[in-house]
Design a protein around this ligand. Structure first.
Ligand SMILES: Nc1ncnc2c1ncn2[C@@H]1O[C@H](COP(=O)(O)OP(=O)(O)OP(=O)(O)O)[C@@H](O)[C@H]1O
Ligand SMILES: [Mg+2]
Ligand SMILES: [Zn+2]
Length: 503
């Protein structure tokens, strides 16, 4: 006796169909799962056996063989508990046959309840293409899966409830997509940041072009405060971007049951003790790392020089590619990881170098040693090096109320609109290719001379040359200028202070 139940698996942030076949034959009672299962899938046997018994079914005393097809991809996690149980119940005729357009995922607890799974949204998104019209998921995942819209989502609380539904005794209502467009309400607003006009300007340029930045300044100057406010001036997340962000969080098991859709740009700020794997993703059961969770948003590395060297090295490739590829024994997978990198650091070990109080006790050599902890290649990938001076008393105490995030965002949006018109829907200056730079950042004779002088004076590389031009293009976009003029270039060059210090 044989029966097949359809299910879904995850590779990267995409779903793919998995068939769960069950064969019952004579011979000594046994229960085997084949088709590249991992340890968690193998443990399904015990959960399925206990669950079948506790839900009042008979566990067939036959030779049970379960095959998870396609057999050449590794099956991960306990999500096949439910389809394995159903295939076995159908094969032993304890349940009526289930149509091939239905698919099931879910982890079982021993009493027949369903536990939530990771990746429900991407599985639901890609189910329709596999000819599936109804996807049964654990109730906790239903709200999230319903965003896919292309398939019917049936929320399952318990096996007993599901069996009643499949027998037509008590129908479970499909989950509805409850998308509510919520206006962004940021608790942190740029209106709180007093003074710091030059830093505010630099951060506005960075947000307008999606550029990576390094904030450097003494303790308490507001670096962390400013970094946290950057998502509030980035353009609103588009529907498509929101879906990708939610898929990544879904695969990582980080979606919120009551509000599963990610509607705000992510802001991730991992601690400096983070390992390379937690940062980039991977591991035995692969999960997206911080850089993918920050996709379409901000990755904030506070106390930048304190991060492990190998963690920072691992950032280099994703920063260039906008995605990260993780190689594993059973093939490789790719997660999107296009984020704005925001780093913050003190200028020296004691923190106070350059502070007007003269409190710094570090020698010139030790300041240099501290700053050179940031490797050249890493510095090369940062478009704007921003000095954050200590806030002056007058600015902090009284003075006009600073501009709010909403006002800054309006200018950022206008600059982004110009970039989209030139570079296509998902384009932004920070990701311009060399060919696009040649086309869109044509310099006149005066600007060329300025750049040539700066190239030698700052010891720029080919990469930082491109970066300066990208930033200059963003300054021009904020001004509403089609051409990159000398003042735009001059402002961009002023943000390479670390190159200057290195010389
Ligand atoms: N420009 C500012 N306007 C208003 N308040 C500020 C400003 N800068 C700093 N503050 C106040 O100082 C606090 C500390 O700032 P923040 O934590 O951002 O400093 P930091 O530069 O990150 O320091 P550290 O180097 O020690 O991490 C903020 O929470 C805020 O209350
Ligand atoms: Mg800080
Ligand atoms: Zn110092």
């Amino acid at each position: 006796m044989f029966f097949k139940i359809r299910s879904m698996g995850i590779t990267g942030i995409d779903g793919y169909p998995v068939d769960c076949e069950c064969d019952l034959s004579g011979g000594l009672p046994a229960f085997e799962i084949v088709g590249l299962p991992d340890a968690a899938v193998k443990e399904s046997r015990d959960r399925v056996r206990a669950c079948a018994k506790n839900c009042g079914f008979q566990f067939p005393l036959r030779r049970i063989t379960v095959n998870l097809a396609p057999a050449d991809t590794r099956k991960e996690g306990p999500i096949y508990d439910l389809p394995i149980l159903l295939a076995m119940l159908c094969a032993s005729e304890q349940l009526p046959p289930i149509p091939e357009t239905s698919a099931f995922v879910g982890e079982l607890s021993l009493d027949g309840r369903l536990r939530p799974v990771t990746g429900a949204l991407p599985m639901a998104v890609d189910a329709a293409a596999a000819g599936i019209d109804t996807l049964y998921v654990p109730a906790d995942n239903a709200a999230e899966a319903a965003f896919a819209r292309s398939v019917r989502i049936i929320p399952v609380e318990t096996v007993a409830e599901l069996c009643a539904h499949l027998r037509g005794e008590a129908v479970i209502a499909p989950a509805e997509c409850t998308e509510t467009v919520q206006p962004d309400v940021f608790s942190a607003d740029f209106a709180d940041v007093r003074g710091q006009e030059s830093v505010r300007r630099a951060v506005e340029i960075a947000a307008a072009g999606g550029h990576n930045i390094l904030l450097m300044g003494p303790p308490g100057s507001g670096k962390s405060m400013i970094a946290r406010r950057i998502p509030s001036i980035l353009p609103e997340l588009s529907g498509e971007e929101a879906l990708v962000c939610t898929k990544i969080h879904s695969v990582a098991g980080l979606t919120d049951r009551s509000r599963p859709m990610i509607t705000e740009r992510p802001f991730r700020s991992p601690h400096h003790t983070i390992s390379a794997i937690s940062l980039t993703g991977g591991g035995r059961t692969p999960r997206p790392g911080e850089i993918s969770l920050a996709h379409n948003g901000v990755l904030f590395l506070d106390e930048f020089p304190e991060f492990h060297k190998d963690a920072l090295e691992a950032l280099r490739q994703p920063l260039e590619d906008g995605s990260v590829t993780i190689s594993r024994v059973a093939g490789s997978m790719t997660y999107p990881s296009s984020f704005m990198l925001v780093c913050a650091m003190n200028p020296c070990r004691c923190g106070w170098y350059g502070h007007p109080s003269g409190r710094c006790t570090c020698s010139a050599g030790s300041v240099e040693a501290y700053q050179s902890r940031i490797s050249g290649p890493m510095l090369d990938r940062i478009d704007l090096h921003i000095d954050v001076p200590a806030v002056e008393f007058d600015k902090l105490h009284g003075g006009p109320t600073p501009e709010s995030s909403a006002d800054i965002r309006r200018r950022v949006n206008a600059a982004r609109a110009r970039q989209r018109a030139r570079l296509g829907e998902s384009g932004c200056n920070a990701r311009m290719t060399t060919a696009e730079i040649r086309r869109d950042c044509v310099l006149d004779a005066e600007s060329s001379a300025m750049l040539s002088a700066a190239f030698d004076a700052l010891g720029m590389t080919a990469r930082s040359y491109d970066r300066v031009l990208r930033v200059a293009r963003t300054v021009a976009d904020l001004e509403g200028s089609d051409r990159v003029e000398t003042p735009h270039l001059a402002e961009a060059l002023a943000f390479r202070t670390m190159d200057r210090n290195r010389k």
